[in-house]
Design a protein around this ligand. Sequence first.
Ligand SMILES: Cc1cc2nc3c(=O)[nH]c(=O)nc-3n(C[C@H](O)[C@H](O)[C@H](O)COP(=O)(O)OP(=O)(O)OC[C@H]3O[C@@H](n4cnc5c(N)ncnc54)[C@H](O)[C@@H]3O)c2cc1C
Ligand code: SF4
Length: 542
Amino acid sequence: MAAYVLTRAGAKVILLEAGGPWDSRTDSAMLTWPYDSPRRGAPTRERPFGEFDACIGGWEIAGEPYTVAEGDRFDWWRARMLGGRTNHWGRISLRFGPDDFRPRSLDGLGDDWPIGYAELQPYYDQLDRLVGIFGSVEGLRNHPDGIFLPPPRPRCYELLVKNACDRLGITCIPARISVLTRPHNGRSACHYCGQCYRGCRTNSNFSSPGVLLSPALETGRLTLVTNAMAREVTVNRAGLATGVSYIDKTTGHERHAGARVVVLAASACESARLLLNSKSSRFPDGLANSSGTVGKYLTDTTGTDVAGVIPRLMDQVPHDEEGVGSLHVYMPWWLDNRKLDFPRGYHIEVWGGLRQPAYGILSDVHKYPSGGGYGVQLKRDYRRYYGATVWFAMRGEMIPNPDSYCEIDPSTVDQWGIPVLRFHWKWSEHETRQARHAQETLRAIIDQMGGQPLDPMPGPAQDQGLLAGGRIIHEVGGTRMGKDARTSVLNRHCQAHDVKNLFVVDGGPFVGQADKNPTWTILALAWRTSDYIADQRRTGML
Ligand SMILES: Cc1cc2nc3c(=O)[nH]c(=O)nc-3n(C[C@H](O)[C@H](O)[C@H](O)COP(=O)(O)OP(=O)(O)OC[C@H]3O[C@@H](n4cnc5c(N)ncnc54)[C@H](O)[C@@H]3O)c2cc1C
Ligand code: SF4
């Protein structure tokens, strides 16, 4: 987004990307049949979500370790390709609501942001118009409506979910997804192949190479340097950033890109790592770290899942119900915390249907009512249960705590000798109580649909089913914004308090989570920050 806005404002931009190039129009595996590959779509190390997945990266990257403090659990998902995780994200594109920017004022927990919803709203609006997003105008409190294209109709299993939610008093509405249901800004409408995670050859969903970097390149002002692993932000004697030193991964040589303004967008934790590794006599604790808060206030979305088998969906007549490669309906937070034993909320995502089968489908068939088996019986079971499972995913708000952060590991380096991150992680009772509530709710929906959950209810020994920190891949914070330079890294413009020509535009500036996925807010904030940089350059302030 920064490259898009700044090149259009007339700036010359050099973009350093640690991974290789990618163009979904030519590189995507869209419409490849599983039987076209001997692996049948099974995961590989660099594509842990399946070999046809667009995103190169994973929980482990060869030569690029990270460490976790003893006794803690944190998993770090990293992309290594142009466009990063936007190549296979779920495209669930939710705005934060007014309450999400002032949580401390409302319940005394976490901190307020230095900006409010009103300041970000124009950027959300222009983002909706530029990218294209479907949804419905609902007027719900703290779930602001956007400028929506028409939503697709619910699929069969989604209609059953909607009916069950209506009976339970749970709000269930059309999802808000950055997939085009109408031609938009020169891009074609979705043809409902259901394979968004593979990258879209018709550019009908949002990924940053297709929607932002292509027009930035067309300005002629963007220089793209791929396979460039940034090591450090360099500074001069006046304490201003002078550019970025990086490893050219194709030769192993160190190079330097000089710049008047440096913008970090390497993902929340990687940007914190870069700053902590940018030590100099003037900044001995790392760059922009006079507050000691780089790496602190790290959060991830809370997550717990329940799958259920629904008898009414068994033995379906095979038919095409693929739709977009994401949700058609979802459940935004609908309850009042004053009546609950935990603060903040969660939303529910729902997955299922008759999607293209691939390697691993129904690998848990032994958990189904007839228990799987061998030969003819097993084949019958596969046909009977194909499309009969519905997965519910709770995705909620974590409150920042002092035990969840990242720092530089004193004794581990990556393959280029760059010190790596060490993570610390603890859930508090706020999150485990929220997870217990979610488990009960998801099971109630399955019950209401006439189905049964595939796994037993988790208990305290399993953190009530909460997945490990990092598992939802929504990590934010680490370079948070704030009014006070003693307790935050960036000011209200995502500009470092300590270094005026240094900015961060990934999830790092977030002051906290919300019960929404973060990427629409990352993009809106990045646009706002980039406008500010352009204004400051025009007026000679930078
Ligand atoms: C499977 C999946 C589903 C998701 N679904 C959703 C969703 O539905 N809704 C939502 O809001 N969010 C979703 N997310 C999260 C979303 O993808 C991230 O919030 C978003 O991509 C973060 O953007 P980013 O630019 O900060 O980081 P990234 O997308 O990770 O991009 C960072 C880029 O920086 C590069 N880089 C890293 N380190 C360096 C370095 N040292 N030097 C040079 N380059 C470097 C990386 O190669 C990468 O290209 C999902 C994520 C995953 C993995
Ligand atoms: S479902 Fe639509 S947006 Fe997604 S990959 Fe297929 S055509 Fe593209």
